[in-house]
Design a protein around this ligand. Structure first.
Ligand SMILES: [Zn+2]
Ligand SMILES: [Zn+2]
Length: 140
């Protein structure tokens, strides 16, 4: 099942712009240490989309990426530094990619459904929603 929603997005400076036509239903807040560092925030929220449902409007040449030892790749705008994309070996196998939800123009178009990697959640962040919490990766 996917959520059909045409949504556009961009980085902070606007040089990179994209459009997605469908978003996969699993959409978690990730509390892992790497996402924290990448976002410069307490946690990240990534929306998973099939590669075929992601269209670059402009600025692909401004994308730069960092691949960590665990083979996860995080992509950002090299002009303004906005965190944009996440990709793991699971994404590569499934031909999907994860887009930082807050870079969408209509962030409320989809609703997160879980917290993942809560084993590394920061202590001062209190989770008081009813979403399921996974201590590490969610494998569904
Ligand atoms: Zn930018
Ligand atoms: Zn993470």
């Amino acid at each position: 099942m996917t959520t059909k929603v045409l949504n556009s997005g961009s980085c902070l400076c606007g040089k990179v712009q994209f459009e997605v036509s469908e978003i996969n239903p699993t959409l978690g807040h990730c509390h892992c240490i790497m996402c924290r560092k990448f976002h410069g925030a307490a946690f990240s929220t990534f929306a998973e989309v099939k590669l075929e449902h992601l269209k670059w409007i402009k600025g692909q040449e401004f994308l730069n990426s960092f691949t960590a030892d665990n083979q996860t790749t995080r992509t950002f705008c090299q002009h303004c530094g906005s965190s944009l994309l996440f990709e793991s070996k699971f994404n590569r196998k499934d031909k999907t990619i994860e887009i930082a939800l807050a870079t969408f123009d209509i962030v409320e178009a989809v609703i997160p459904d879980a917290h993942i990697y809560t084993e590394s959640k920061v202590d001062w962040l209190i989770l008081n929603d009813d979403l399921p919490q996974y201590s590490s990766y969610r494998s569904i």
